[in-house]
Unconditional design. Structure first.
Length: 353
């Protein structure tokens, strides 16, 4: 190695050592890329802005429905066991006029989704974001079109051979039974004698915003089971304990609930109960009370002494089952890890008494 090469190498080493000792400059967060924004920008609006290209027929929708939707919503969207009915209560006259008469005259006590919803885009957008319950966002774009088409067909909004797409959704919108039911003649409150139904976004120097809260009537508070337990294992967890009386004041309802007392170190199920709650098991099951499905105690008693029960029950949880405890099938929970299923099944078979 020549003298000049050695000198250059030594200088390079000194520079590297000096740079290594310097603290890196802190940098603020960067602007999101167009691709990153697009991944979150998935809403579909009443004018169909944001609707992706795709299509799905009524026939295809029926197949998707029977495989992924009927277990909770019924074969014809009529089920009132797991969720309130989706289909029913609309007439040919409603389709012609665009206003569901039974919403006004009260002749249909059970308000279905198709009675209330005004836009096809609302149905499409919700199915695309949140369904199926056990695996949201798992449907392809074409499957969402197909399922929406099948729902509209069950409500006699579109014909059996209809194909719903980004190009034909406007045709379906013109036949929505309650398309004229969204009105702006009233609001939650009035501003200067006029209903507050239009909002102008404030971007700086904004006044303090009003706080809006909602509550359930006492008679309906626990109609569908404890809302605090009906959450999925992702996203923000919300839900008040509806087995308890409502707070006496709105201020109390706004305050955070006190943290539950820590369980004793030897409490059974201390690691498994959170799994059951986070994965919506407690929406249909309870430890010792039948809700939609059997209680865990009943399951334990049925399989007591069966050495192969753990394997069979784990398979039922993973793949779903039908007929073992009545007409309401259990949807497959394919998103769960095998280790979590084994832990939950082991606790159910060993613990509830």
């Amino acid at each position: 190695m020549s003298r000049s090469t050695k000198a250059a190498l030594a200088l390079a080493i000194v520079v590297l050592l000096l740079n290594a000792g310097a603290a890196p400059a802190s940098k603020p967060g960067r602007t999101a890329t167009a691709q990153e924004v697009a991944a979150w920008d998935i809403d579909v609006r009443p004018d169909f802005t944001g609707l992706p290209k795709g299509s799905g027929s009524v026939l295809t929708g029926q197949a998707v429905w029977e495989g992924k939707c009927a277990s909770c919503h019924g074969t014809f969207g009529e089920s009132n066991e797991v969720f309130t009915p989706l289909i029913g209560g609309t007439t040919a006259e409603d389709v012609a006029k665009g206003r569901v008469a039974s919403l006004v005259n009260g002749r249909q006590p059970q308000k279905t989704t198709l009675m209330k919803v005004a836009t096809v885009s609302t149905l499409w957008d919700y199915i695309n974001r949140a369904m199926p319950w056990t695996a949201p966002k798992s449907l392809t774009t074409d499957e969402v079109y197909a399922v929406t088409a099948y729902m509209l067909n069950m409500g006699e909004v579109v014909a059996d051979d209809f194909v719903l797409s980004d190009q034909t959704m406007a045709q379906a919108q013109q036949r929505m039974p309650n398309r004229n039911g969204m009105v702006t003649s009233h609001g939650l409150w009035d501003v200067k004698g006029k209903p507050d139904v239009k909002s102008v976004a404030c971007m700086k120097n904004c006044p303090v915003e009003a706080s809006v809260r909602s509550s359930l009537p006492e008679a309906a508070r626990n109609a569908h089971g404890n809302l605090a337990q009906q959450t999925r294992g992702f996203g923000a967890t919300r839900g008040v304990d509806t087995t308890q009386p409502a707070p006496a004041s709105r201020l109390a309802s706004a305050a955070p609930a006190p943290a539950p007392a820590p369980a004793p170190a030897d409490a059974p199920g201390k690691a498994v109960l959170p799994l059951l709650e986070q994965n919506a098991c407690m929406a249909c099951h309870a430890v010792d009370t039948k809700i939609v499905g059997p209680s865990f105690k009943a399951v334990r008693e049925k399989y007591m002494g069966d050495g192969a029960a753990a394997t069979r029950l784990a398979d039922k949880v993973k793949k779903g089952s039908n007929g073992a405890w009545g007409p309401i099938p259990m949807p497959p929970q394919g998103h769960l890890k095998d280790a979590d299923i084994a832990a939950m099944v082991g606790w159910i078979l060993a613990t509830p008494k």
